[in-house]
Write a protein that binds this ligand. Structure first.
Ligand code: COA
Length: 162
């Protein structure tokens, strides 16, 4: 078991400053952080898996001790494959908690994997990937909510759609 690492999972469609905030703070708590990009076809992501991974890699490029990987299927199986016993999840608002609590309990009963919750910085607690996409789709300015490369990519993606 790699007691040194924690996995921060998500769809990251796309990564936002809220995700980045959690990653930066997780790095301060764990020797290594693996950002695991879920293929998540059920969520019908706007961006391809390769694009999402590329944008996450670009966003964490300046951070030491952060690795980016991907998984499909159960998160607990991925954690077991990587030999990681801790998951990191962010909590933005109270309603996140109910859902996350259920997932944490299910994951722990499946393999014993632990979940550590980090409370979102209030500045980012209203952010979600869907909201960012909606604002971008209709021509709104998302530059203060996402890394610059994400803003550029979203603009390109929605050019002519607004
Ligand atoms: N800042 C900004 N946005 C945040 C955030 C933060 N700190 N934390 C969460 N969000 C947003 C996400 O962008 C996402 O937004 P969206 O719904 O608009 O796209 C939303 O909140 C939900 O985030 P999250 O709970 O992290 O879900 P996710 O879809 O990104 O990823 C998985 C969820 C991949 C971790 C989960 O579905 C999973 O484990 N899947 C694998 C299958 C499995 O094991 N299932 C059994 C689970 S018990």
């Amino acid at each position: 078991m790699d007691g040194q690492a924690a996995i921060y999972p998500g769809t990251f469609d796309p990564i936002t400053n809220g995700h980045l905030d959690i990653i930066e703070r997780a790095v301060a708590c764990f020797p290594r952080v693996i950002v695991a990009v879920s293929q998540n076809p059920g969520k019908a992501p706007l961006l391809s898996l390769e694009e999402r991974i590329g944008l996450v890699k670009e966003a964490v490029a300046g951070l030491d001790r952060v690795e980016v990987d991907t998984f499909e299927g159960l998160l607990v199986d991925h954690a077991a494959r990587r030999g990681v016993g801790v998951l990191v999840k962010g909590l933005r608002v109270a309603s996140d908690f109910e859902y996350e609590l259920q997932m944490a309990q299910m994951n722990r009963s499946l393999t014993g994997v632990e979940t550590v919750f980090m409370v979102a910085t209030p500045q980012w607690s209203f952010l979600s990937s869907s909201l960012v996409k909606e604002v971008a789709r209709f021509g709104g300015d998302i530059t203060s909510f996402v890394p610059s490369e994400v803003a550029r990519r979203m603009k390109e993606k929605f050019r002519g759609e607004a």
